[in-house]
Design a protein around this ligand. Structure first.
Ligand code: SF4
Ligand code: SF4
Length: 510
């Protein structure tokens, strides 16, 4: 399949299924082959596993173990607190040695609460019940099982999967898309997973189909992953209602809205969700996790992680237990942590720099890029915008990035919202093509942060105003009540005086 069939705005026929295109997109150097030459191996367990209670979108889990407790692999150690939350499980057997604040993977570099486990080296697992025939289970029971297994979107977002497996008020959804696009440079963990577990991924897809009562299923893979495509294509050969589609490689095709457009030609409405148009997308690794939870009773305790970049001599994919420090992975891939000058979690387009190599791998960690001094390209000088429009041509959301930049730059937070700042998926296509080297996405992130702070301040000001008004009301009411009591007392005293005979008068009358 060749990418030159892929023309902006032109429908094309790609195999049996018609594919559409989305506006913009770019073709950055792939750097994928570096990490696919070696087979995937299991990463060694570290001396201590650091398991953050917040590895997903939503509320953090709440610890249900104490320091000194012995735990088994797969045992729940953090319970989901709210609807939008996910439990956390021990990723090996051992002893809980601490519950406290540790560095976690987050752009802020802040610490968060973690449960620390010292492995006992036995890797003993907890026996979980197996479902057997999941078709006998009601979709809601399946969703509960997936929730209790701690499964979240493994494509990087970390949204609790059981919520996205609920068709809501619909009887069922039309199309379930399994996203095997993996469009960011350097990342190859889904590629390797698809090559190695095609049947299990399809089995997980069937479970998801049952939970969603989906009519058709599509597995989408970019054409820079021919081995993965072949593996899934062959595994699905005799499966009814599953299309395995090869899509021309373009970034950011793995974005949910972009992929839905390519596969179905439909647009997810602004401020709307895919399910509103009868479509749900899940990642291929999430499907595998669902299969393991249902078939083997395994909660989510590990994942494939790409470890790559000039800072490691053997870039590859590792099967990593959650909680393993990044530093250990660099050493296992032949790197010297002291020589690594920059660490990125995720890809070069949408990932973020890590503040420390002590942070652990969590559910959303798909890739670690270790860069040495030699890999770091000195930043090019930023020049004024020449209004060339290249950023608008590249934007997959059809925004006007130069206008967004202008208003973010001048701190005009109302205007930047008028230009739909919050539709920006921070894909970085605009910055990538900008001839003036303007770090556009950084301006958008800054503006989003400033708007959130302003909204919080407004909310707090509203709360403070309501409290102040309430206090004034209360003081006025208390004053009125005091006045009423005083008047009542005065009236009562006056009445008593009227009813009591005057002493001198009484004496006189006697
Ligand atoms: S690509 Fe850069 S220089 Fe060109 S319009 Fe956009 S912001 Fe301005
Ligand atoms: S980062 Fe935002 S504005 Fe820039 S191309 Fe991507 S979606 Fe468009």
């Amino acid at each position: 399949m060749s990418a030159n069939l892929y023309h902006d705005g032109v429908d094309i026929l790609h195999g049996q299924r018609r594919l559409w295109s989305f506006h913009g997109g770019i073709h950055p150097p792939q750097h994928k082959h570096e990490s696919t030459n070696l087979p995937v191996i299991r990463a060694k367990l570290p001396e201590r596993l650091i398991l953050p209670l917040h590895q997903h979108i939503g509320e953090p889990a709440e610890p249900i173990v104490q320091v000194g407790d012995k735990v088994l692999k797969g045992q729940m150690i953090g319970r989901a607190q709210e609807f939008l939350s996910a439990p956390v499980h021990a990723s090996t057997s051992g002893t809980v040695v601490d519950i406290g604040d540790y560095a976690v993977p987050h752009p802020s570099g802040l610490n968060a609460t973690c449960i620390v486990i010292e492995p006992d080296g036995e890797d003993r697992g907890l026996e979980h019940p197996r479902v057997g025939d999941y078709l006998q289970l009601a979709p809601s029971a399946l969703r509960n099982l997936i929730r209790d297994a701690g499964i979240v979107g493994l494509g990087g977002a970390g949204f609790p999967s059981y919520i996205k497996l609920n068709p809501g008020k619909l009887d069922g959804i039309d199309t379930l898309i399994l996203n095997g696009i993996e469009c960011e440079p350097y990342i190859t963990c889904d590629d390797m997973l698809m090559r190695e577990y095609p049947r299990e991924i399809i089995a997980g897809l069937r479970v998801m189909q049952h939970a969603l009562q989906a009519r058709v299923c599509v597995i989408a893979i970019e054409d820079n992953k021919p081995e993965a495509f072949r593996a899934l294509h062959d595994a699905a050969l005799h499966e009814a209602g599953i299309d395995v589609i090869l899509c021309p490689t373009v970034y950011p095709q793995g974005g949910e809205k972009q992929l839905i457009r390519v596969i179905t030609g439909k647009e997810v409405p602004a401020n709307g969700l895919a399910i509103h148009i009868g479509i749900v997308c899940h990642n291929v690794a999430t499907a595998l996790a669902v299969h393991r939870a249902v078939q083997d009773g395994q909660p989510l305790v590990s994942r494939y992680v790409t470890v790559t970049g000039g800072g490691v001599s053997q870039p590859r994919n590792l099967d990593v237990a959650f909680g393993t420090p990044v530093r250990d992975l660099i050493i296992q891939c032949g790197g010297d942590p002291a020589a690594v000058k920059r660490l990125v979690m995720g890809g070069p387009m949408m990932g973020y720099a890590l503040h420390s190599d002590a942070v652990p791998v969590i559910k959303t960690t798909n890739c670690i890029i270790a860069a040495t001094e030699a890999d770091i390209v000195p930043p090019r000088p930023v020049m004024p915008c020449i209004r060339c429009g290249a950023c608008a041509d590249a934007c997959p959301v059809m925004l006007l990035p130069q206008q967004l930049y202008w208003y973010a730059h001048t701190n005009d937070l109302d205007k930047v919202q008028e230009y739909n700042l919050f539709d920006c998926i921070e894909c970085g296509c605009c910055s990538y093509v900008c001839p003036s080297n303007i770090p556009l996405v950084q301006y958008y992130r800054y503006a989003k942060g400033a708007i959130w702070i302003k909204e919080r301040e407004h909310e707090q000001a509203d709360i403070a105003r309501q409290r102040h008004e309430f206090r004034l009301d209360r003081l006025a009411r208390e004053k009125a009540e005091r006045e009423a009591r005083r008047r009542l007392k005065k009236a009562s005293l006056a009445k008593n005086q009227d009813n009591t005979p005057h002493t001198e008068e009484a004496v006189d009358n006697d």
